[in-house]
Design a protein around this ligand. Structure first.
Ligand code: ASP
Ligand code: MG
Length: 411
């Protein structure tokens, strides 16, 4: 008999009919004899609706009150699901985060889980009940309701699985797994059987929206096997684990991630002296702007160019800050560019294979795509290119790294 934590996202509990379907599914698992803890999100759109309501009162609602408000979305779905289970003769009980002591810090709207006391849940499981827990919410040591950041129910699921030492944490969603890349861009994208935590973390931080980043970090840290599955279609989904077995079939690249959310800034003709990177990026970070990729060119005439990327939302702000710095330093000019995109190849297989980056560059060269910036890590190579070539680049790389499915889905 296994203990499984099953998390259902907003679209999976978006209507009463769907909640009934989820109840049917949970019932089937229960009948196999497994112990089940279910974590649910709010009905899709509900959290946004609540935030909009608050914003009608004021632009920046007090975070504590916002948490009191947005946590209600999940309180509705836990009760509905418990009712649907009980109606089917499956003993069930629903709990808010507070009731099962999901203890967090006090950072409202982005709280971190500190501790979960699994006792109450364990005794319900022993008594044969399915336990339905509200995702996304917790409570701080003073009894204030907190929330874990958008998409936080994934983290609730993983944290509960870790605390209860569950055999698996299953994340049910509206896709049937993690894909080699976005199937809307590459028709031949394939569902991955398996991916490592590390790879998934890179994919998530590079823009794949299947799982909340923090939940993947958490799962990796506590080694909780995670499986992404479709809520209403049968299938094995994608397993995310620590396991990095050196099999012959291990592909070099597991996936291709991309995003259009970045913008590039260049400051030209800055003196090539110690401390220059700090002088340029210090004010940027003081303005709370996160920098992603950085390139500093080698100087020839005692001056150099310095380029970095930021989130597109921060672009205007960053440009202003950089212009100020440029004036102070007497730099030649500042140039900004929002027509860029980042494409990354991700795979633990890179560790044991040489020439992965050059294979990437070759594939892009064949399509005459100019690379503007490059960055690498142990399991990732990212390039910045002109945005209009993004889809072409992703398709070319998908083919070059032999990720294409034998036939496109639906053919
Ligand atoms: N309901 C929350 C949100 O929409 C948490 C979640 O769905 O995971 O962000
Ligand atoms: Mg989600």
């Amino acid at each position: 008999m296994a203990l499984i934590v099953q998390k259902f996202g907003g679209t999976s509990v978006g209507t009463v009919e769907r909640i009934e379907q989820v109840a049917e599914k949970v019932k089937k698992f229960r009948e196999r004899g497994d112990d089940i803890v279910v974590v649910v999100s709010a009905m899709s759109g509900e959290t946004n609706r609540l935030i909009d309501l608050a914003k009608q009162i004021c632009d920046q609602p007090v975070p504590r009150e916002l948490d009191v408000m947005v946590s209600t979305g999940e309180q509705v779905t836990i009760a509905l699901l418990a009712m649907a289970l009980i109606k089917r003769g499956v003993p069930a009980v629903s709990y808010t985060g507070n009731q099962v002591r999901i203890l967090t810090d006090s950072a409202h709207t982005k709280a971190r889980i500190l501790h979960i006391d699994g006792q109450r849940i364990q005794s319900d499981l022993k008594a044969g009940r399915v336990v339905v827990v509200a995702g996304f919410q917790g409570v701080d040591d003073k009894g204030n309701i907190t929330t874990l950041g958008r998409g936080g129910s994934d983290t609730t699921g993983v944290a509960l699985a870790a605390a209860l030492k569950a055999d698996e944490c299953q994340i049910y969603t509206d896709v049937d797994g993690v894909y080699t890349t976005d199937p809307r861009v590459v028709a031949k994208a394939q569902r991955l059987e398996k991916i490592t935590f590390e790879e998934m973390l890179e994919m998530a931080s590079l823009g794949s929206k299947v799982l909340q980043i923090r939940s993947v970090e958490f799962a990796g840290k506590y080694n909780v096997p995670l499986r992404v599955l479709h809520s209403f279609q049968e299938g094995p989904g994608t397993l995310i684990t620590l396991d990095e077995e050196e099999s012959m079939e291990q592909p070099i690249i597991s996936g291709i991630a991309f995003n259009r959310d970045e913008a590039k800034l260049t400051i030209r003709g800055v003196p090539d002296t110690p401390g220059i990177a700090f002088k340029i990026l210090g004010p940027i970070s003081a303005a709370n702007i996160e920098v992603d990729m950085i390139v500093q060119n080698v100087a020839h005439d005692m001056t150099t160019d310095f380029t970095f990327t930021v989130h597109r939302n921060d672009y205007t702000n960053a440009l202003k800050v950089l212009q100020n710095t440029a004036n102070e330093m007497g730099a030649r000019e500042v140039i900004g560019d929002t027509n860029i995109a980042k494409v990354s190849i991700v795979g633990v297989g890179m560790r044991s294979h040489a020439g992965v980056a050059s294979r990437m560059f070759e594939a892009l060269a064949k399509e005459s795509i100019n690379i503007q910036m490059i960055s690498t890590s142990e399991i990732k190579v990212s390039v910045v290119i002109e945005e209009k070539y993004l889809e072409l680049a992703v398709r070319a790389l998908h083919t070059a790294f032999e990720l294409d499915a034998p036939t496109a889905r639906g053919e």
